[in-house]
Design a protein around this ligand. Structure first.
Ligand code: NDP
Length: 317
């Protein structure tokens, strides 16, 4: 199937803040990195509008501009950024082997995985439309909650993320409706208690989101009680979805140690995976923080770990 074969010293898979930061450090360390972007160059942040919490941008920056800046910075030091999707990997042996777009086989001395994670969505047509048009639908309260200061918002989900984000939003917003599909929450007891004791959070049990109203921005959310059939319209201006993320790690299954959700497990405090010379950074290995800046920080760690690992390898004549 492969039509071309190429050897790369340092291969970076993924083009979010983690991948580009790894590329900046790897290029400056003369590792001659090649970065494959995946199908969404720039990753999750290209679907965001304003990013106000990335250090160094006092006036904020849009997600796409931030990613273009990171890409330009990586290229300035010689990173080759290529559009392409890694579809298969054999990371156990030496050198590592990956296949891009089913047409190119690459061998690599070291691999930094920064394939990210994708937020899960409900799949409602108006959710997609308003999300794509920055109309007030978001999967990250820490990123976007600030835009709804003093307003009323709704959040869907009942896990630790939803509980954490609901309490975060409650500090900023006048009122938070938490839409829970069962009559109990999956979140830890401590997180549940925190939600239940926050006066401006109202939990709607046994509730499903039927529709999101509004032409250009969210103007309301229709919720149906699955037990009684009763419908209610919530007058909210923001709609947050916190029903989980899926790490983009399927192609590495069976080789790299992951948790039961597919997040790559690294040696704590490092980016090292169970495979020598393979490092994981950013959201594919982080289900707790999921921030651009933490991803970028771990990208730096990945490049430094790769550089040190390469330096310790015997030199072959
Ligand atoms: P989870 O998978 O734990 O929870 C997802 C939640 O979304 C569940 O309550 C689920 O409902 C609900 N849900 C799923 N699909 C739908 C749908 N279509 N409509 C409505 N609701 C839906 O994801 P989290 O992101 O919350 O957590 C991921 C992992 O990260 C967990 O292990 C969690 O413990 C961990 N985490 C830990 C934190 C911490 O320790 N501080 C903070 C954040 C996350 P149901 O319960 O009915 O299936």
């Amino acid at each position: 199937m492969a039509t071309t074969t190429e050897h790369i010293h340092c291969l970076i898979i993924g083009s979010g803040p983690a991948g580009y930061t790894a590329a900046i450090y790897a290029a400056r360390a003369d590792l001659k990195p090649v970065l494959y972007t995946g199908l969404t160059p720039g990753g999750q942040l290209t679907e965001t509008t304003e990013v106000d919490n990335f250090p160094g941008y006092p006036k904020g920056v849009t997600g796409p501009v931030l990613m273009e800046d990171l890409k330009a910075q990586a290229e300035r030091f010689g990173t080759q950024v290529r559009f392409g999707l890694v579809t298969k990997a054999d990371l156990i042996g030496t050198p590592k082997r990956v296949w891009v777009d089913e047409t190119t086989e690459i061998t690599a001395d070291t691999v930094i995985i920064s394939t990210g994670a994708s937020a899960k969505w409900l799949g409602l047509p108006n959710e997609t439309r308003l999300r794509m048009n920055a109309g007030g639908v978001s999967a990250c309260a820490v990123c976007d909650g600030f835009f709804f200061k003093g307003q009323e918002v709704a959040i869907v989900g009942a896990g630790d993320t939803a509980a954490e984000e609901a309490t975060y939003l409650a500090k900023l917003c006048k009122k938070v409706y938490m839409i829970v599909r069962r009559e109990e929450m999956r979140a830890s007891k401590a997180m549940q208690n925190r939600v239940k004791s926050t006066p401006n959070i109202e939990i709607l049990w046994n509730s499903e989101t039927e529709d999101i109203l509004g032409e250009n921005t969210v103007e309301g959310v229709v919720v149906k009680n699955s037990k009684t059939g009763e419908k209610r319209t919530l007058n909210v201006t923001g709609f947050f979805v916190a029903i989980g993320h899926k790490p983009n790690t399927d192609i590495f299954k069976g080789q790299i140690t992951m948790d039961d959700m597919g997040y790559i497990q690294v040696v704590p405090g490092t980016s090292k995976t169970n495979i020598e010379g393979v490092f994981a950074v950013g959201d594919c290995a982080d289900k707790h923080y999921r921030q651009a800046v933490t991803a970028a920080g771990s990208g730096c760690m990945g490049a430094l770990d790769a550089e040190r690992w390469l330096a310790a390898q015997p030199v072959h004549a």
